[in-house]
Design a protein around this ligand. Structure first.
Ligand code: ZN
Length: 228
């Protein structure tokens, strides 16, 4: 049993398509939030995710697009969120509004828990890979799961604390670990829990051009070339 893990697609259709075509055969895909925000193709990304029957949780940018509540966002993110809110179709807004704040399910006796930020702050808290074991333990202590999947930082992570695997597949549409390639992971629950991390080249130029053509802040295009 294999599950594709994707997160932080951020309206980057080229990166999303590249990840889907690179991904080995899986039994299902879950998205750990932020289908939209920053990038220029929110409707196309939501449509593709729905057509692939991706199970998604809500991210802070999905929330901002639905509510136009951009408190806590920097200017670039807020500008893009409000632009996204305006261009999304009503059907796609309704879909994003329907997303749960977290997902919990069982696969072959393994309990999986997915949330964009952290279990104690589903939309906003960043859990970085350089957290101490002690800090990570605080984050996941109350969660009864074997595998906890997080997003939001756009940085891949694979840690084990209190017997719980804590995984972040990194960012599909806006990686932030200085590697511009799209990032995703595959969770293999065949016997023991195994995790495969993948990086995929995609047409960054095309994504960047669309951001500029849409009149979105230019830094949102530039950063894609550098992975920050
Ligand atoms: Zn994000």
């Amino acid at each position: 049993m294999k599950i594709g893990l994707i997160s932080d697609i951020h309206s980057n259709l080229a990166a999303f398509k590249a990840v889907l075509s690179d991904m080995p055969k899986v039994d299902g895909i879950i998205c750990i939030g932020d289908l939209v925000g920053y990038g220029a193709e929110p409707n196309e990304v939501v449509k593709l995710a729905r057509s692939k029957e991706v199970r998604a949780v809500m991210g802070n940018h999905d929330y901002a697009a639905v509510t136009k509540d951009v408190r806590g966002m920097n200017d670039r993110a807020a500008t893009a969120a409000l632009w996204t809110a305006d261009v999304l179709s009503q059907e796609n807004l309704d879909y994003l509004a329907s997303l749960p704040h977290h997902l919990e399910f069982n696969v072959r006796g393994q309990r999986i828990y997915a949330v964009h930020g952290s279990p104690r702050d589903p939309l906003s808290e960043y859990v970085f890979p350089d957290f101490s074991n002690r800090d990570l333990a605080e984050v996941v202590r109350e969660v009864e799961a074997d595998v906890i999947v997080l997003g939001h930082t756009h940085i891949p992570m694979n840690r084990m604390v209190l017997g719980k695997a804590i995984i972040n597949p990194g960012g599909v549409g806006q990686p932030r670990d200085r590697d511009p390639r799209a990032s995703y992971a595959v969770l293999d629950l065949s016997r023991e829990v195994k995790i495969l991390f993948r990086r995929v080249e995609y047409d960054v130029e095309a994504a960047a051009e669309k951001i500029k053509a849409a009149g979105l802040p230019e830094e949102l295009a530039t950063r894609l070339f550098f992975g920050w």
